[in-house]
Design a binder for this molecule. Structure first.
Ligand code: FES
Length: 320
């Protein structure tokens, strides 16, 4: 199935609004008035942006709502232009090609309490989770970390969801010295507590480093970027597939996973942001620039998450 056939929904932008500095929300509704496909908390949709690039956005409204999807888009001028084109060129009334919801950041059925840690636009999947908990007795707590009030999307919605003092909104003013110390919340995991974290890589790495003593099945990450993020020093490289004997080139701006797909090689994948672990592949040779949140240091010599990680230097050989 190619990407076009996956974008089966045609949704109209009913309303768009600036919800924080450089962040725009889009309320999407069916053109034909039908009920939208259901989604679960933490789900995302893929959207064809006006420039043609397909981008993934978390749904941030209540999963009980079947007449609209709500997404928020950060105008990231360092990206490849997909989100910028959506913010700059999509207007109310436009019709967008959208996929049905998928979920690589599911709430665990075994969880009896939740700790959410969100950084900036990373609040979006967590918002839908909090909406889903409102009608339950399940305890939850949110640590919401942003630079300032005006860079905090949905700040009033979040405050209105805080019925019991379970929300802490912290602004660091862009000063590292003002970073919130998360250790008091992470030092002693509570029984049946699950942690969901979404935000910038630096935040997720800090949380990962402070949760080594948690059961790994109770710590969940979601990245709001995907494998398409290009770093200034990225280079093309070759991937050798040991079992088939084929060699593929992975270009700048393309993931190994995408190069494999283009060559007709099917590999399981889900989040495509280095957080779910689905695309784990055995590495037989080569030096990897690991960009995922999944692999343990002791796994990094023999495993690679092909949706985000690249060659550090030279060719890679995979057990495919
Ligand atoms: Fe989720 Fe690669 S598809 S880590």
């Amino acid at each position: 199935m190619n990407e076009d056939t996956k974008l089966a929904l045609k949704l109209r932008i009913r309303r768009t609004e600036t919800v924080a500095r450089d962040i725009q929300s889009f309320e999407l509704t069916p053109c034909d008035g039908r009920t939208l496909p259901a989604f679960t908390p933490g789900a995302h949709i893929k959207v064809r942006t006006p420039c043609g690039l397909i981008r993934k956005y978390s749904l941030c409204n209540s999963p009980n709502e079947r007449d609209r999807y709500l997404i928020a888009v950060k105008r990231d001028s360092t990206g490849q232009g997909g989100s910028v084109s959506l913010v700059d060129h999509a207007v109310e009334g436009d019709i967008l090609d959208v996929s049905e919801p998928e979920n690589a950041f599911r709430m665990s059925r075994g969880a009896r309490r939740f700790l959410f840690i969100a950084g900036g636009i990373g609040i979006t999947p967590i918002l839908s989770m909090i909406h889903s908990l409102r009608a339950t007795d399940t305890p939850w707590q949110l640590l919401y970390l942003t630079r300032s009030v005006d860079s905090t999307p949905f700040i009033q919605d979040i405050k209105s969801l805080d019925s019991n003092g379970q929300v802490l909104i912290h602004h660091d003013g862009g000063d590292f010295e003002q970073t919130l110390d998360l250790w008091p919340w992470l030092e002693h995991p509570k029984q049946h507590q699950h942690l969901y974290c979404c935000g910038p890589r630096s935040l997720m790495e800090a949380v990962r480093d402070m949760t080594g003593h948690w059961d790994s099945g109770r710590v969940h990450f979601e990245s709001f970027t995907d494998g398409s993020v290009v770093r200034p020093d990225d280079q093309p490289f070759l991937v050798h597939l040991a079992r088939s004997g084929r060699t593929l080139e992975v270009s700048v701006g393309e993931s190994i996973l995408e190069a494999l797909r283009s060559a007709g090689v099917v590999v399981p994948a889900s989040c495509e942001s280095g957080t779910c672990g689905t695309c784990r592949t055995s590495l037989l040779a080569g030096q990897v620039d690991h960009r995922d949140m999944v692999l343990l240091p002791e796994e990094q010599d023999t495993q690679i998450m092909i949706c985000v990680s690249r060659s550090l230097n030279g060719d890679l050989t995979l057990d495919l």
